[in-house]
Design a protein around this ligand. Sequence first.
Ligand code: SF4
Ligand code: SF4
Length: 166
Amino acid sequence: MRIERKELNWWEKPYIPAVVYGFLVTVRRFFSRKVTMQYPEERWVVPEGFRGAPYLVRDQEGRIKCVACQLCEFVCPPKAITVTPPGPEADPEAGNVEKCPRDFHIDMLRCIYCGLCQEVCPEEAIFLMKDNTLCGYNREEMDYDMGRLLDLGGVREDKIRKWKNK
Ligand code: SF4
Ligand code: SF4
């Protein structure tokens, strides 16, 4: 189907209305509130519930909450998570009660901050936190290992004690 174009009149042909409208927008912005931020001296204050980088957490007893079920690895759309499950040997700290990953990596260059890992985790072991300015000098630095993820995630209070020795 052919769509006929509207003919421009003599007033529209030199783009006068468009130019005037453009100037009006500029004038309005000139007198409006300044929104430019002097980054990095000034930082955006992120609101509660902001979905930044995903980190692992420990419970109030300092134990790793992740049980290496690998659900987050399975559900992660860009395949940013790699969980190395434990072997058959018992964890000397927790006995055979619950598992703990041998290693856990998140490639922050792949992560799209979708929050599916947090949603799916049955142990509430991974949370999207407020970090939104991750940077590194090379790709390897952006591959966060378990120690780094736990350090950044910190401790999260949990009323349910899931880990009991013996
Ligand atoms: S936030 Fe989304 S993309 Fe990032 S690690 Fe979790 S599931 Fe993967
Ligand atoms: S973070 Fe949660 S979903 Fe991912 S392996 Fe650990 S327990 Fe499972």
